[in-house]
Design a protein around this ligand. Sequence first.
Ligand code: ZN
Length: 374
Amino acid sequence: MYHAANPISPPVILGGRRLPLVGRARMYVCGITPYDTTHLGHASTFVWADVAARVLRHAGVTVEVCRNVTDVDDVLTSAARRAGSPYDSFAAVQQFYFDHDMAALGVQRVDHEPRAHNHIDEVIALTQALLDADRAYEHDGAVYFDGERIPAQAGLAPDAARALLAEYGDDPDDPAKRTPWDVVLWSPSNAGEPAWPSPWSSGRPGWHVECAAMAMTTFGPSLDLHTGGADLRFPHHAYESAMAEAVTGVRPFARTWLHIGIVRVNGTKMSKSTGNLVFTADLLRDHPAAALRLLLIGRPWSQDWDYSPTDLDAAATRLDRLHTATGRPSSSPSAETAATRALLDDLDVVTALDIAEQEGGRTARTILAILGLT
Ligand code: ZN
């Protein structure tokens, strides 16, 4: 029988940082834009966030998890239009499938699930605060965040930052921007696009400010842990943090980050345009969900990796070996401690599972229970 109460209170290392935690941890998970079925990259990000929360809970920390839904987004609006559906009902259907996939993968329910369309007032207030702090400017009904310093703060050369801004929809060549590094806080909407009244125009918020507003509404001016896919590091998270810090003065906005490695297929990042998306629901049709979960977490969380269908068969075989190991009669208490400590040392699942498989018995039962692999 697995007991969550852990008598040892070792230091927790997350995102490469020692994270002294007293009582409660505020964790923000950058959630989905519900315009498409869950693919392996999403699944990896959210399963890892779930592992982080479970490991912290095992260490006796009360974890409060907020995972947002970006249901106001131009990519979603276009997808809904192609499907001939209003953006909000389109998002609700995609959200339903997402929830189904998360439940199948053993991702525990989150405490807060803010949706962008419910937080427009907070976005407007944050945008106004940025204008008041002289970190934003208005132009023809649009409001831009002054991002001139952000690429350097993120350690990016101008060309690299520019390419990433363009890739993620923050058009650096928009002539209305004072510098290519500025990003949209508010845009006027055209007919057929979602729109809300604001002091500047009937319009909609940009993506980065939505997350900043939802995170601050849920947790206040700072977070303990922020997670998301590694491809969100810049521009999304760099700008979200900069916006929050500019209005609150609390630095850092997030004490530590887990940027989960990218899943590739045959060396190429999964994307709609290359047509190489691997959908979670398809994999779950003929493989146990726990095998998929093991495939996602049986590696360092920060590492990019390549998916191949044979990996899933190998994960299923390993899961069988781990489950068999749990039935062995006993294991040494020091092995259990070593395996648990590995998890607290920046989520070293690889070491914890190796010890679990080797020692079996109670050690294996404990580690599989913490990781949600039972
Ligand atoms: Zn976000």
